[in-house]
Design a protein around this ligand. Structure first.
Ligand SMILES: Cc1ncc(COP(=O)(O)O)c(C=O)c1O
Length: 364
């Protein structure tokens, strides 16, 4: 059974004789450099990238604002960015703000309003005229778990000269994700979603690290990912990130995925069978992330979440920052939906406890 040594690695770094800043000629600083290098190497292996493509930051959202702001200096009025209704707002608002600054436009690739799935084929029409600079697309929805066809989306974007950024935050913990095999230009991932510390990472590929100039202080004239890492990184967290990535790599993602899908089926089918409960979102398939969303007749999702919390069942409610998706699926007026997720440590008993708790609500 793999053991997650992430917290121990953070403590070990902080307790080391001299946790020093980076780039010095002395031993303690060299040790810190090695921690950063180790984190880049481990994350690179996790997501099929090269170590010098891995940029760390405080969160994916933070990195997205920095990245799109830098990119927008290469855009002009009339350029188009395509975002999708499937995405977490972290992969929408940063593009919208950056586009506004330079008069570029943002168009949304629509989801199916019934189950929230995303067909990427309309990208052809949205990219064909060559005005689309970027396609920003979810690797898997943090709300419904739906994972669009990334290979096809990448092929379309590249055929028409656009770049593609995939939000991998809700995908990497659950589904095999290889940036190089997919050929994407940028992939985001947040280590805290894979049992590591709170932080974010952008995998920036295909020459973009060098060709886009980040907002940076003058002395930070580094070559490679450090050029993008404004200020001193949270070195102790990087020690934890490396350990969490190793933890992820110790299990076969295919096996983890298969067992999470089984639990998701138990969860989603169980919810479906409870009178008064409506399950939204797509059916259970092996190629999606393991979250289910539902509503309970006559109860606001926030009230359902609060009631389940009293039974020590932890779920989320609302739009979970998937703003466009909740709007498109017509869930906004009712307060969004309740979201229950499966992770590596979820058991069948956990799922059954949730189902019992929900069933009690609908009987009362
Ligand atoms: C799909 C998805 N993208 C992006 C984010 C934002 O990540 P961060 O919290 O690292 O900013 C989240 C956070 O939950 C998410 O679920």
């Amino acid at each position: 059974m793999p053991v997650n040594t992430s917290t121990a690695a953070i403590a070990a770094y902080m307790n080391s004789p001299a946790p020093a800043n980076l780039g010095g000629a002395f031993d303690a600083s060299r040790s810190s450099d090695a921690v950063v290098d180790g984190a880049r190497a481990a994350v690179a292996r996790l997501v099929g990238a090269e170590p010098d493509e891995v940029v760390f930051g405080p969160s994916t959202t933070n990195l997205m604002f920095a990245f799109t702001r830098a990119l927008s200096r290469h855009w002009q009025a009339g350029d188009r960015i395509v975002c999708t209704q499937l995405d977490h707002d972290s992969n929408v608002s940063p593009w919208v703000r950056a586009a506004l600054d330079v008069g570029a436009t943002v168009e949304m690739l629509p989801v199916d309003p019934v189950d929230g799935t995303l067909d990427v084929e309309p990208l052809v029409e949205m990219c064909r005229d060559g005005r689309t600079k970027w396609v920003a697309i979810s690797g898997a929805s943090n709300l419904t778990g739906h994972a669009p066809d990334l290979a096809r989306a990448t092929a379309i974007a590249h055929e028409y000269g656009a770049r593609i950024l995939v939000d991998g935050v809700a995908r990497v913990p659950h589904l095999a994700t290889n940036a190089a095999e997919l050929g994407v230009d940028v992939l985001s991932t947040s280590p805290y979603k894979w049992y590591g510390p709170h932080a974010g990472a952008l995998i920036v590929r295909n020459g973009l690290l060098a060709s886009v100039e980040p907002y940076r202080v003058r002395p930070a004239d580094y070559v490679g990912p450090a050029r993008w890492e404004t200020g001193t990184p949270q070195i102790e967290l990087l020690a934890g990130i490396a350990a969490a990535a190793e933890f992820m790599l110790e299990s076969s993602i295919a096996e983890v995925s298969a067992s999470e899908t089984q639990l998701l089926a138990r969860l989603q089918e169980g919810l479906h069978d409870i009178p008064g409960v409506t399950v939204h979102g797509p059916s259970v398939t092996p190629d999606r992330a393991p979250t289910a969303i539902f509503t309970v007749s006559g109860m606001a999702p926030a009230d359902v979440a609060a009631a389940l919390a009293t039974d020590h069942v932890a779920v989320w409610s609302g739009d979970n920052y998937a703003c466009e998706l909740v709007d498109a699926m017509g869930l906004r007026a009712g307060g969004g939906a309740v979201r229950a997720g499966v992770v590596r440590y979820t058991t069948g008993d956990d799922v059954d406890r949730l189902l019992t708790s929900v069933a009690t609500l609908t009987r009362s």
